[in-house]
Design a protein around this ligand. Structure first.
Ligand code: HEC
Length: 299
């Protein structure tokens, strides 16, 4: 039969098991922080999108005197007295063009303003976005939805219909001719104030738990773990193992008849240390043995 393992080996195993559990708890904590950091970053991006949209909405439209090659769309056209043309871009259109640029150039965050009833094919929602829109329609109090998908962190925030939106998203008869002409009279009409019109959807690179591992295995963290192990190792060695070895040696000597063996320990009245208590018990045994042997000699 295999020999039982020593306290030091058992202790070391427990130490590393504990370490693994603590590391697990730490990673779980880091994952929570990661979720929060990514959400805050996505919220900041969504805030910027909403702010940009409302800047354009505040002016009604932004007018440009030149259409960039990548962005030929416009909703309205005006000419000044000299015959120079100006092209009007409504908030949704301007936001889509900003989104197109961001999706090409951004290092981290890309975004899309999308809807289940989209006028613009480029605004077509994907699976996550469709689910988010359905969830916001279902629960108007829901502030945001997040998720991880294919290496991306996903975030969505609802866009509600306000009075000013009804001109182009309410009754088609009220809509500017340019909207009907360009998008038809059956797309994205019939909304009421308070309805969910769509979402701001933000995508960021996700952070996996594998990417968090290097955070745990930096030299300082490893150094501290080694230090913790050595501290525990030498503490167990000094306070338990070497004293148990002495006790074994002394008790063996007494058993062999060396009754003058000196037991080095603190009285139980002055010590809560269990090994001192064991020593004391052996000391009592030694005293009893001395008395018994004296009596045996007298007879
Ligand atoms: C001047 C008319 C007009 C007004 C007012 C207007 N929209 Fe739109 N909206 C449009 C047009 C046109 C599009 C399509 C833009 C494009 O081609 O990308 C659109 C698109 C959208 C989209 C993107 C999804 C899609 O259909 O492609 C959302 C979301 C949206 N509008 C929400 C709103 C909200 C909310 C308001 C009020 C705050 C509003 N709109 C006011 C004309 C308007």
């Amino acid at each position: 039969m295999a020999k039982k393992t020593s306290i030091q080996v058992k202790f070391s195993l427990v130490f590393f098991l504990t370490l693994a559990l603590v590391a697990g708890a730490f990673v779980a904590g880091l994952m929570g922080i990661r979720d929060q950091v990514l959400r805050h970053e996505a919220e900041a991006v969504a805030d910027q999108v909403v702010a940009f949209r409302s800047w354009v909405a505040g002016t009604g439209m932004v007018w440009v005197d030149k259409l960039a090659p990548d962005f030929p769309d416009f909703l309205a056209k005006r000419e000044n007295y000299h015959g120079a043309a100006f092209y009007g871009k409504n908030p949704a259109l301007a936001t889509r063009e900003l989104s197109t640029i961001a999706n090409k150039t951004a290092l981290r965050a890309t975004f899309l303003v999308t809807s289940d009833e989209y006028r613009q094919v480029a605004n077509r929602p994907d699976g996550f976005e469709n689910d988010a829109i359905a969830a916001f329609k279902n629960d108007k109090a829901l502030k945001f939805i997040t998720g991880y998908e294919a290496g991306k962190y996903r975030y969505a925030r609802p866009i509600f219909v306000k009075k000013g939106c009804l001109k182009c998203h309410g009754n088609p008869e009220d809509a500017p001719a340019a909207v009907i002409e360009k998008y038809g009279s059956d797309k994205a009409f019939g909304y009421k104030v308070g309805d969910v019109r769509g979402i701001v959807s933000v995508k960021l690179p996700a952070i996996s738990w594998q990417q968090l591992l290097p955070v745990l295995s930096n030299p300082v963290a490893i150094g501290l773990v080694v230090l913790a192990f050595l501290l525990n190792f030498f503490f167990t060695q000094r306070v338990i193992i070497s004293r148990l070895a002495d006790l074994t040696k002394d008790t063996t000597a007494i058993a062999k008849g060396k009754l003058d063996t000196k037991l080095n320990y603190t009285e139980p009245g002055k010590s809560n240390d269990e090994i001192d208590h064991s020593y004391h018990a052996v000391n009592l045994l030694k005293k009893s043995l001395t008395i018994i042997l004296k009596r045996a000699k007298k007879k």
